[in-house]
Design a binder for this molecule. Structure first.
Ligand SMILES: NC(=O)c1ccc[n+]([C@@H]2O[C@H](COP(=O)([O-])OP(=O)(O)OC[C@H]3O[C@@H](n4cnc5c(N)ncnc54)[C@H](O)[C@@H]3O)[C@@H](O)[C@H]2O)c1
Length: 384
């Protein structure tokens, strides 16, 4: 069993692993931070120290607390010391064979009570666990980036995960101040699945020539109340990451047209226009580059908003219908995981479930594409 006294091991000291290590350390846990790349480990440790300095400067923590917390983290370049850990959280490269290889090795290093968790965002937990002989202790613990700040964590049991493993994971992650939701081991879990149309439908509207990036972003912020528009958000996440997640979800859903990636984003990905981090994405971030002006036409904006929102609501109903999560968990996931202004099911009820069903049926009729098929649950609720 994991107790506050058992150290946590974090495997992979990249973006996610470093922040997970910091979260655990600042919650009072001793942490072993492991990476197969010695330089990555050094870089991570330097970043952790720098970000602690920034917190001290802002007056968010004291020097004593920061030093104490950072002292909780020990850099390690082998799995040798993992034998007394209560949990290992894996955050290495997103490749099944590499993850399986690590899990196989971990099994030989940890005690039989140690939980093996993966932070994968797109690989099935069951397939990672398949590399282990004790599959009941393997669970998905999916943090959002940045892990120490984002409040949501999706807990994903695989096919053979024991209820006690899930319970321990939930308890531990809650004790780190996070909100947890349980999700079925299906592509994209909750957030990365339900949010797909926010990006995909926005790109589709652009590709059809209905509106440009700035206008679509304006509509979703001004009329929809979203904090960022789809194109701003994709540039922020990175078109490399966002494109790959879309492609993976689409492939894993056996090429369901609902999740089909767009050629526009694929080309951006290929061109290296990955967004803010590259200075170029849907927008140009170079100094002095002109900022495109949206066409602030209310009727056009409302059309765009209703189309994208209807697609998002449809995805939430479909996930609800297939028991990916409960209604409450779906609502919590979208408000806390991606900061949506309200839960999508509540939103549907407020604007009228039949209005959403009508919009989807109109799109399905117009385009004659399965992409727009309304969820059975949405149809049932729209026309009881
Ligand atoms: N970046 C995100 O926004 C995000 C969000 C949620 C989940 N995730 C998931 O978290 C995991 C890590 O993502 P990231 O963005 O932190 O990646 P990253 O590339 O920043 O870091 C990965 C680290 O793993 C190390 N590594 C690679 N193979 C290893 C091995 N066999 N053993 C030990 N270390 C190894 C690399 O040296 C690197 O330091 C992935 O599974 C990803 O899907 C990422």
């Amino acid at each position: 069993m994991t107790t506050t006294h058992s150290p946590i091991a974090v495997a992979g000291a990249g973006t996610m692993g470093s922040d997970i290590a910091r979260l655990a350390a600042f919650s009072g846990f001793r942490v072993l931070l492991y990476d197969s790349n010695a330089e990555a480990l050094e870089r991570s440790y330097e970043r952790l120290s720098k970000s602690a300095d920034a917190l001290i400067e802002k007056g968010k923590i004291s020097r004593v607390k920061a030093d104490e917390s950072l002292k909780n983290i020990t850099k390690v370049n082998s799995l040798e010391g993992f034998s007394n850990c209560g949990m290992v959280i894996e955050a290495i490269v997103e490749e099944l064979s590499v993850k399986q290889d690590l899990f196989r090795k971990l099994e030989g290093m940890v005690s039989k009570d140690c939980i093996l968790a993966t932070n994968t965002s797109s690989i099935s937990v069951t397939s990672i666990a398949a590399a282990c002989s004790l599959t009941s202790r393997v669970v998905g613990i999916h943090f959002f980036n940045p892990a120490h700040l984002m409040p949501l964590v999706e807990i994903v049991p695989g096919m053979a995960t024991a209820p006690s493993t899930v319970e321990t994971a939930v308890k531990l992650i809650k004790s780190w101040g996070k909100t947890t939701v349980k999700a079925k081991d299906t592509p994209g879990f909750i957030v990365n699945r339900v949010a797909r149309p926010f990006y995909g439908e926005a790109i589709r509207i652009y590709e059809e020539g209905i509106a440009d990036f700035a206008t679509i972003d304006w509509a979703m912020k001004e009329i929809g109340g979203f904090k960022m528009g789809p194109f701003e958000l994709m540039d922020f996440i990175g078109n490399d990451i966002n494109y790959k997640v879309t492609e993976t979800v689409w492939t894993q859903f056996f090429f369901d047209p609902r999740y089909k990636p767009s050629l526009t984003q694929k080309r951006l990905y290929e061109a290296g226009y990955w967004g803010r981090k590259k200075g170029r994405g849907y927008y140009d971030y170079s100094p002095g580059a002109p900022i495109p002006e949206p066409k602030k036409e209310k009727k056009l904006g409302e059309e765009i908003f209703l189309r994208i929102l209807s697609m998002l609501i449809n995805e939430a109903y479909e996930a609800w219908y297939y028991n990916i999560a409960t209604r409450d968990e779906l609502e919590t996931a979208m408000t806390k995981g991606v900061n949506y202004p309200k839960g999508l099911i509540q939103w549907a009820e407020e604007i009228g479930v039949s209005k959403v069903a009508d919009k989807l049926e109109q799109l399905q009729h117009t385009y004659n594409e399965d992409r727009y098929r309304p969820s059975l649950l949405l149809k049932k609720q729209a026309r009881p």
